[in-house]
Design a protein around this ligand. Structure first.
Ligand code: FAD
Length: 246
């Protein structure tokens, strides 16, 4: 079976996540063209967009002034200047994690369809299997004996392999891919392209990088944070200071 085309070698900025997943930063774009730079977006874009209020968008200001204005805007919930930067990410993620990511309604997506293609033979087996947290309704603790973890992983891998083989067999017998895929598990990987503006990306990251979020969702949020940081260092510092929750 073919694997998902590898993001590496496409000239994009990417991070591996979990055992077969990844996030790639496909593009970043703000209101100003920046030929020669990797992306058409910069720390100063929200401040410049906000200066449109005074019809002074292109007036050159020292970087520190722009960052002071950005901080004022972020702290006082002036959201539209941060929506002037668009972010595109390519993501490969297990279905059960994606059920959480897809709840963020401000994103736009295009996803590989299990109606049209044979989904690759790729599923997620956690390295550490969490134990039930005694005093919490959600989350997990690092308290599961190694033999139970190994038993879990062995059984999960065997079930995924058996059911993936049945999925392929059913299609060989003429079953439509859109029905055959019912044999696949919640930990099967899906692959999509997403787009969201930076303001709503901050909101998404503040919820999903938080310690109360599912650990695998946290891994995707942190990958996005680290991919954005080199390209928008000042804005990511403001995110750390004003949006990111401990
Ligand atoms: C730790 C955690 C646990 C969760 N547990 C559950 C659970 O058990 N069950 C469950 O069903 N969900 C659960 N959720 C999902 C949660 O309820 C939200 O649906 C999800 O986090 C998206 O948040 P959001 O609506 O703020 O973000 P987005 O959909 O990204 O929207 C961003 C912002 O845009 C605005 N907005 C977007 N659409 C509208 C609209 N139609 N009307 C008004 N304002 C809008 C809101 O201000 C919103 O905050 C959980 C989320 C987290 C982080």
């Amino acid at each position: 079976m073919s694997a998902t085309p590898n993001y590496k070698g496409k000239g994009v900025f990417a991070r591996d996540v979990l055992d077969h997943g990844f996030v790639a930063l496909r593009n970043l774009a703000g209101p100003t063209r920046r030929p020669g730079d990797p992306f058409d977006a910069d720390d100063v874009d929200p401040a410049q967009a906000a200066r449109m209020s005074f019809d002074q968008m292109d007036s050159e200001r020292p970087y520190a002034d722009d960052m002071r204005l950005n901080e004022y805007l972020l702290k006082n919930l002036h959201t539209s200047p941060f929506e002037m930067i668009q972010v595109w990410v390519e993501v490969k993620v297990p279905i059960f994690v994606d059920r959480q990511l897809v709840r963020h309604r401000t994103w736009r997506r295009n996803e590989s369809s299990g109606r049209y293609i044979v989904l690759p033979e790729e599923w997620y087996i956690p390295e550490v299997v969490g134990g039930k947290a005694p005093n919490k309704k959600q989350g997990q603790e690092d308290n599961l004996p190694a033999d139970v973890q190994n038993y879990f992983k062995h059984n999960l891998a065997a079930a995924c392999k058996r059911d993936y083989d049945t999925y392929v067999e059913m299609m060989g017998l003429g079953v439509a891919p859109e029905h055959a895929r019912m044999f696949l598990h919640l930990n099967h990987y899906v692959h999509w392209l997403g787009n969201v503006d930076l303001g709503n990306m901050f909101h998404f990251l503040s919820l999903r990088a938080h310690s109360h979020s599912q650990v695998e969702a946290q891994a995707y949020a942190w990958a996005i944070i680290e991919l954005l940081r080199p390209h928008l260092p000042g804005l990511m510092e403001l995110f750390d200071k004003h949006c990111r929750r401990p």
